[in-house]
Design a protein around this ligand. Structure first.
Ligand SMILES: NCc1[nH]cc(CCC(=O)O)c1CC(=O)O
Length: 320
């Protein structure tokens, strides 16, 4: 039994605090006292450098890892897609919460729909507005950039860093057509603008929309407290997605997307890797049985490597 309140470490952004509060509430529902401890991360301090250029993995997670290992907190709560697939020595997964929307969405500044954006990009929409001759889209995610350019070649991609509120403000003040966000982030803190559409053709980052709690290895009181709040189907899906990522590259901030959906008919998996300029894409779509879950991500990753993905990985690594 855990006696002292469970110290939940979190970053200070509104989304991070919302996610940590959810964990606190779930713990309290199960009879555990808990409190939040705020920790600043490198990813929050440097708001300019694109994430993929920061050179290290885990810019959002390392400060929390250190707090965990130094026993300043008992649990760290993360957006799972920000967590490197290889957890640091001494840190283990305690729970994965039920996934929210995994979708990427386009927040657009004016009355553009995806249809009109497609038309604009293909020069089909007649307009006198000079601005529309080339699309300007904000994102600092190399994965979103690669997918967008693959679908809409010729778009100019603008760097867009910062927490959700900063980014929304930047888009509103920009001259861009729009910017790409994770639906989950905006919806959780209730700031998804009306001018937004789900990008159904875009595959999410591995584990997008999932929340992960990590603990010290061997801290059995904590691991026991978190077992009941683990969502099994989500945990299975995100493990497959992260195995796919590992099989291809093993890093975050890569142009690799993956989505596994656990359904009564089996596990539906889709994944891809796209060269950062959008010109080359290798995609896989496979159905697995639940019994195959352990190897599904790795198998799908090997499919992609064999179908030309290896060349994209190599070029990406050499360009870094
Ligand atoms: N990389 C930043 C980040 N990490 C998690 C989310 C949103 C929540 C989620 O995807 O789980 C975001 C913002 C975004 O991608 O727009």
């Amino acid at each position: 039994m855990q006696n002292n309140p469970i110290r939940i470490g979190t970053r200070e952004s509104q989304l991070a605090v919302w996610q940590a509060d959810l964990v606190k509430k779930l713990l309290e529902d199960n009879g555990h006292a808990a409190e939040l401890v705020f920790i600043k991360s490198e990813g929050d301090i440097d708001l300019v450098t694109p994430l993929y250029a920061m050179g290290v993995q885990g810019v959002f997670t390392r400060a929390l890892d250190a707090a965990l290992l130094n026993n300043r907190i008992d649990i760290a709560v993360h957006s799972m897609k920000d967590v490197p697939v290889q957890l640091p020595q001494g840190i283990v997964q305690a729970a994965v919460l039920e996934r929210a929307s995994y979708k990427d969405i386009l927040v657009y500044r004016e009355q553009f729909t995806e249809d009109s954006i497609t038309q604009i990009n293909h020069g089909l929409l007649s307009t006198d507005n000079q601005q529309l001759s080339s699309l300007l889209i904000g994102t600092s995610s190399i994965r979103r950039k690669a997918q967008w350019l693959n679908r809409y070649p010729g778009t100019v991609i603008e760097n867009l860093r910062g927490n959700i509120n900063t980014r929304l403000k930047k888009v509103a003040e920009s001259q861009w057509h729009g910017a790409i966000f994770a639906a989950a982030g905006l919806e959780r803190i209730n700031v998804r603008p009306e001018n937004s559409i789900d990008l159904d053709w875009m595959l999410p980052a591995p584990a997008q929309g999932a929340i992960m709690a990590v603990a010290r290895d061997g801290d059995y009181n904590i691991l026991e407290a978190f077992a009941p709040i683990n969502h099994n189907d989500t945990a299975i899906a995100v493990k497959i997605e992260r195995d796919f990522l590992s099989a291809l590259m093993g890093g975050c901030s890569t142009p690799i997307s993956a989505l596994a959906e656990v359904t009564p008919q089996g596990i539906l998996f889709k994944g891809n890797i796209i060269s950062p300029d959008g010109s080359q894409k290798v995609a896989v779509e496979r159905t697995f049985s639940k019994a195959e879950a352990d190897n599904a991500g790795t198998l799908a990753g090997h499919d992609v490597l064999e179908q030309g993905g290896r060349e994209i990985v190599t070029a990406f690594k050499n360009a870094k």
